[in-house]
Structure formats: structure tokens, C-alpha cells
Design a binder for this molecule. Structure first.
Ligand SMILES: [Zn+2]
Length: 716
């Protein structure tokens, strides 16, 4: 590869996917139908082994394969059942006989059937012969195996060992050709494990890592030397095997760590493509729900070798099991999954979430269903489980049914919609993968402000949407020359940039530049930080710590006009001292629920003013109402419709909401403005009028969810 390509290449190296053409298209039914699912996905053998089963478990399991179960799911508005099938390569044949019966019942009644497959661990107790004859397990650098949490009999496997991919395919083949399923629920559909929790460093991984390095660097010894200091690629080991913590704690500038993260992300993309293309070949109508752990605060590329943008190209639904259900937190934090939805939507995938916690009041369920409808384009997803598995799906069945019916009635408004994006937070994949934790905190805080203020926005990992007026660069240190040129051009042509912190101080490899790569567009007062090396060692056996950035005058916010656009610079949006430790006491990564960054920046008003100056009157939609109401905006392709989805997280009705819409130029007239709401007729009262080029809408009262529909006519 050319050095230029190696400097500017993305996080996933596409040459390692070139032998696997991407032919798969999303099944039509996933795009045309709502997705409301009930799960019954733990096999009976696993419930027993886990010690969570019930006395009459056979009777309950029989119910999960009965006509009654199928009918009850349809009765509450479900259209998809996800049943147990293959847990860690073990299929119990007695249970499998029930699946055939269930598949026939689902066909008879028109319920779609998905099966659960978990392929990243192996059920060691049930498969001793396979383990005796084949090398399958993942191993840490010291040779130890690792397992799924405390379930030590479910050992992690390594997808760099071909036997595992083959066994995965056998399982997929049986489900599609023998059971005739509509969907595969691939749980734990990741590669290589989680760093600090036994991520794989086995011989197969090491071999493939060497091959990866050789293919990328060997042909160009000069670049190789510039990159690694030497050319002996075969001597480079996967990092993170000896020191503690086992992952970098700050910005990732170490070239081998960068290559290791790339290697992991590339292999995840490779395995997801192998499996999804294989399923597509067997039956193009089979949908895929993948679960790889979507994260918004954590660096998933570093921790899980996973990049959502590439991953979501290969799955139709991205499973998300985080605890950020939509609600107002203990200290008034506005908790929601807006970011997760936007990240999955980039590649056209839907997000799959749990909707119902029966311990919460009914309003909580209505809020989750509304939030999903608003941000997941009408797909409610997981509404419960068989009662012998997890939360009983039949609870609050009337609420679920009502929502499903309401969505069906208004389905046309949830089809072919795309987000309206005045502001785009650029979570550029590579810059984020190699970023320090404060970059994630910065992105979170600015996104939180956009969410709380209901500004039409999006999160982009690569190309930004064409309607973006303002790009936010949340302390993205690594920006290559080509990206700098694109950003400069964006400003020249009238786009505005909110540039935070040390954005563009490093090149595509993470090497320090003499000055910012975006120097040309930054206000002249902005100075590149210097590095300070603190003397801290007592002897010669500890390495000197990397330099700390010394940022001059953190309080000085600057702005300037550039070309036809505007540029605003904030030296530091989030103080590093406010951030919690990343690690547990044993240096494992702390994945515990943390709400530190679910709040607007400390200088919220100043940040608002900066955004307003950058938007310069170009904001399309604005909603004035109480704090705790969040909004999402769409345009519909194939119509001139615009949509304002309003979700109220407060526990009370909100009155007098005002929506302002700046009409697009060029002969657009309003045909009609209306509102629909699953909360009832009294929440469907609306008034509208024109004021100059603005449409002013007043919504009398909002309970949990209202959708305002603006029908326009072009060219009159
Ligand atoms: Zn391995």
C-alpha cells in the first residue's frame, strides 16, 4: 500500500474484505413491517444448568412452543417470536423437535419466527468430544482460557480458528434450511472478546495479526520504518499482555496498539460479513439481529474491536441492552438512547431494545414505546418474554396492543423517513478509536445539549449528511490531511465548524504536527498546546510518562469568519478532573452505569450562544417547551412531508408547545399541518400560522408522544 493510503485509511481495512463481496440486501419485510418481538430464547438445558428453572419447567417449555403462545403474541400486537435454538454450539435434540412444531404454528398464524444463536462461547460440558479433537478456545497471552462472566462452562472461542466459523455456519444452515426461520438473533456476535476481560491473544490471533501487518506494510519498507521504527514485522506481538492496566488509558498513539485495534475491527467486519452473506445466500429473506454491545461513552473499537458503522451494514437490527431507558434520572439527568439510535441508523439498521420493565409504572412503558417510535422509525422491538424466561410479555398487554395498532394505522408516516440534520457531531471512526476518554466525554456533553435543546442533529462516523449546517469536532486529535482539506472546503462553502480542544493536532498516524492541521481555518489566537514532561521517577526502571498537553488559556473562546462559513473554537469543554476512573480495582474496565456525562456542558449557555452564532439563523426546526421533552425530525422521501416527533419524559402533561419551522426556499407552500398521538384525541389539538418564511405551530397539550405532520407542496 502507498504511504498516503496508510496515512488516510479508515479504521477497517477494506482489502481484508475484498474476497467477500457485499451482496446482501435488507429483506423487504424488515423495511416494510413494524418489528415487535417477544423472546423465549434461553434453551431449557441452559435454564437448568444455570439453576434458574422452575419445578414444572417441561410444561412451561411446552407452552413456549404451543399454538396458545403464538396466538397470545399476535393478540398483543407482536409480529416476531425469537425462540431458543443454539446456545454455544449445543442444540438439544429433544428441544429441537419442538422447534419444528413451533415453526409450523408460526407459519399457520402469520407470526414471524427468529432463532437465538450464541456463537462466541462454547458449551464445554455438553461438547467434550469436540474440544478433545479440535483447537477452538480463545486464550489470553498467558495461555489461560476465559469464559462468559461467572458461567465458567461457557468458554470463549476464537474466530481466527477456522473450526469455529464452520460450526457457526452449520448452525445457521440448519436454522434456515431445516426450520425455515425468518430471522437470526446472533447474540454476542463479536470477535476477539473484550479487552481486560480475557480478549484473545491465542496463536491463531497472533498469526493473523502478523499476516495483517505484513500485508499492510511489508511492500513499503520505508513507510514501515517510519511507522514502527524498524521493519521486522514478524517480531511485533499483539499489545496488552503484560502491563496493567492492559489497555491504553489515554490517547492511543502507540502504532502497534493502533494496528491491533484496526486488526480487531477488520476481523469483526470480516466475520459479520462471512456469516451475513452466508445467510443471504441460503435465503435472502432472512433478517439478522446482531448483538455486539453498542456504546456511547466507551471506546468500543478499543474494548470490543467493533465499529458500529461497518457492523450495522451487515445486520438489520442492532441489539442494545444498556440501561439508558428513557427517563429523567435521580439528579434530573435527561436519560435516553438518542445517540444509540442515530449511530445504528447511519447504516440503515434499526436498534433493538427492551421496552418493558414491569417494576415501573405503565407510563414508563408508554415512554419507551414512544421513544422507540420517534427515534427508531416506528420499530418498537422487544416488548417482553415468555414468563418462564424473563419479564412476562402479557403484562400491560393492552398498552402494547394499543401502540401496535396505532403504529399500524399510521404506518405510512414511519416509512422512508430520513433524519433532518442542522448540526452533526462528527464521531469520526478512526479519530474516536484512538481518542482519549475526554473526547468521548466531550462528544457526550455536546450531544446532550443538542438533545435537551431539541436542535435537529445527527451523529456521523464518516461522511457527514449533505444538509449539515454545522459540524462539531469534539476534540478529535487525529485528523489526516485529506480530512483537513474536506473540513476546510466545508467552511469555505458556507458550512460552520465548532472545533473543540486539540482537534487536528495529530496526523493520520497520530504523529504530532508542528501546528494544527486545521490551522488555516482556526482563529489566529488559537495556539497549539505544548507538551510538558513531569519528572516523576525515582530510578531508571520506570519509563518516563508521555508528555501532558499544556493548553494556554482554557477560558478563551474564539471565533472567526472563514470563507462563506464560520468557525468557533473552544479550548476545553469538559474538565478531565470531572471524569470517573475507567477501571475497577483489579484493572478490569468498569462497564458500570455512569451518568457523569449525561448532562450539558458546564458552560451550557456559552455553548448555546456559540451554536446559535454558527447556525446563523439557519436552524430548520425549533421547539419551545418544558425541559424533558425531546424531539426528532424527519423528511420523507417520495413526499414533501416533514415530521416533528415529540416525546415527553416528564411525568406530567406539558401544555403550550410552540414549534417553529423555517420553510425551505423556492416556492414551497404549506398544504396542511396535523398531529397524531397514541395518547388520545385531546392531545391532537393544533393551530398553525405563517410568519414570514416561518411556520409557527402551537400544540395545546402533549402527554407522552405526539407526531406533528407538516404536508407541503413544492413548486406552486
Ligand atoms: Zn485468538
Amino acid at each position: 500500500m502507498e504511504e498516503k493510503e496508510l496515512l488516510e485509511g479508515g479504521l477497517v481495512d477494506e482489502q481484508f474484505l475484498a474476497d467477500l463481496p457485499h451482496k446482501r440486501k435488507r429483506p423487504a419485510w424488515v423495511l416494510d413491517e413494524s418489528l415487535v418481538s417477544v423472546g423465549a430464547w434461553e434453551p431449557l438445558f441452559h435454564r437448568r444448568r444455570l439453576g434458574t428453572t422452575q419445578v414444572d419447567d417441561e410444561k412451561l417449555y411446552a407452552y413456549e412452543h404451543s399454538e396458545q403462545f403464538v396466538k397470545e403474541i399476535l393478540e398483543i400486537g407482536g409480529n416476531l417470536l425469537i425462540t431458543a435454538y443454539d446456545k454455544n454450539y449445543y442444540v438439544d435434540e429433544d428441544e429441537y423437535a419442538l422447534k419444528k412444531q413451533l415453526a409450523a404454528l408460526c407459519k399457520k398464524h402469520g407470526l414471524r419466527l427468529g432463532v437465538y444463536i450464541r456463537a462466541d462461547n462454547i458449551y464445554t460440558e455438553a461438547l467434550p468430544d469436540r474440544l478433545k479433537n479440535e483447537d477452538l478456545l480463545a486464550r489470553q497471552a498467558d495461555g489461560r482460557t476465559s469464559s462468559y462472566g461467572s458461567q465458567e462452562w461457557r468458554k470463549n472461542i476464537c474466530f481466527h480458528k477456522p473450526g469455529n466459523i464452520e460450526a457457526f455456519k452449520v448452525s445457521v444452515h440448519r436454522a434456515i434450511t431445516d426450520l425455515g426461520v425468518d430471522m437470526l438473533h446472533l447474540d454476542g456476535f463479536g470477535v476477539g472478546g473484550t479487552e481486560t476481560y480475557g480478549a484473545c491473544r491465542c496463536d491463531a490471533c497472533r498469526r493473523d495479526f502478523t499476516t495483517f501487518l505484513v500485508r499492510r506494510w511489508d511492500a513499503d519498507p520505508k513507510s514501515c520504518k517510519r511507522r514502527f521504527g524498524h521493519t521486522r514485522l514478524e517480531g511485533i506481538e499483539p499489545p496488552g499482555f503484560a502491563s496493567l492496566p492492559a489497555i491504553p488509558t489515554g490517547r492511543i498513539a502507540d502504532p502497534v496498539w493502533q494496528e491491533w485495534i484496526r486488526f480487531r475491527c477488520t476481523w469483526t467486519a470480516r466475520v459479520t460479513r462471512i456469516i451475513s452473506e452466508y445467510a443471504y445466500e441460503l435465503n435472502p429473506g432472512v433478517a439478522i439481529l446482531g448483538n455486539a454491545g453498542l456504546a456511547v461513552r466507551e471506546n468500543s473499537a478499543l474494548l470490543c474491536g467493533y465499529e458500529p458503522a461497518t457492523y450495522c451494514q451487515h445486520v438489520d437490527m442492532m441489539c442494545n441492552e444498556d440501561a439508558f431507558d428513557a427517563h429523567i434520572g435521580p439528579e434530573g439527568e435527561i436519560i435516553q438512547r438518542v445517540r444509540q439510535h442515530k449511530m445504528a441508523a447511519n447504516a440503515g439498521a434499526f436498534l433493538w431494545n427492551y421496552m418493558h420493565n414491569p417494576a415501573q409504572p405503565e407510563r414508563h412503558l408508554r415512554t419507551q414505546l414512544s421513544h422507540a417510535a420517534a427515534f427508531n422509525r416506528g420499530r418498537a422491538t422487544g416488548i417482553g418474554f415468555s414468563f418462564a424466561c424473563y419479564n412476562d410479555f402479557r403484562l400491560a398487554g393492552d398498552v402494547k396492543r394499543k401502540y401496535a395498532d396505532w403504529l399500524k394505522r399510521h404506518w405510512e408516516h414511519f416509512q422512508n423517513v430520513e433524519s433532518i440534520n442542522d448540526v452533526v457531531v462528527w464521531r469520526e471512526s478512526r479519530a474516536m478509536a484512538f481518542a482519549e476518554p475526554i473526547t468521548y466525554a466531550t462528544a457526550m456533553r455536546i450531544e446532550q445539549l443538542l438533545i435537551e435543546d431539541r436542535i435537529p442533529f445527527h451523529i456521523a462516523p464518516g461522511d457527514w449528511p449533505s444538509d449539515a449546517q454545522v459540524l462539531v469536532l469534539p476534540n478529535l486529535a487525529i485528523i489526516d490531511d485529506a480530512q483537513c482539506a474536506r473540513l476546510t472546503q466545508f467552511a469555505e462553502r458556507g458550512g460552520s465548524l465548532l472545533i473543540i480542544g486539540q482537534t487536528s493536532i495529530l496526523d493520520g498516524w497520530g504523529r504530532r504536527r508542528n501546528n494544527f492541521g486545521l490551522r488555516a481555518i482556526l482563529p489566529p489566537q488559537v495556539k497549539a498546546s505544548g507538551l510538558v514532561f513531569e519528572q516523576h521517577i525515582a530510578g531508571a526502571n520506570d519509563p518516563i510518562k508521555p508528555g501532558c498537553e499544556k493548553i494556554d488559556d482554557k477560558e478563551r473562546w474564539t471565533r472567526q469568519q472563514f470563507g462563506a462559513g464560520r468557525v468557533f473554537h473552544i479550548p476545553e469543554l469538559v474538565a478531565p478532573a470531572t471524569q470517573p476512573s475507567l477501571f475497577n480495582i483489579d484493572y478490569s474496565y468498569n462497564f458500570g452505569l455512569d451518568l457523569t456525562n449525561w448532562r450539558t456542558p458546564e458552560k451550557a449557555d456559552e455553548t448555546r450562544n456559540a451554536l446559535a452564532w454558527l447556525l446563523d439563523g439557519r436552524q430548520t426546526f425549533a421547539v419551545e417547551t418544558e425541559r424533558g421533552v425531546i424531539a426528532n425530525y424527519y423528511r420523507q422521501s417520495g413526499s414533501e412531508n416533514r415530521y416533528v416527533h415529540l416525546v415527553n419524559l416528564n411525568d406530567h402533561v406539558v401544555t403550550n408547545t410552540a414549534v417553529k419551522y423555517k420553510l425551505p426556499p423556492a416556492n414551497t407552500t404549506i398544504k396542511d399541518v396535523s398531529v397524531i398521538s397514541p395518547d388520545g384525541d385531546k392531545f391532537q389539538k393544533i393551530d398553525w400560522r405563517m410568519s414570514g418564511d416561518h411556520l409557527i405551530i402551537s400544540l395545546e397539550s402533549l402527554d407522552v408522544y405526539s407526531v406533528i405532520i407538516v404536508r407541503m407542496q413544492a413548486g406552486v
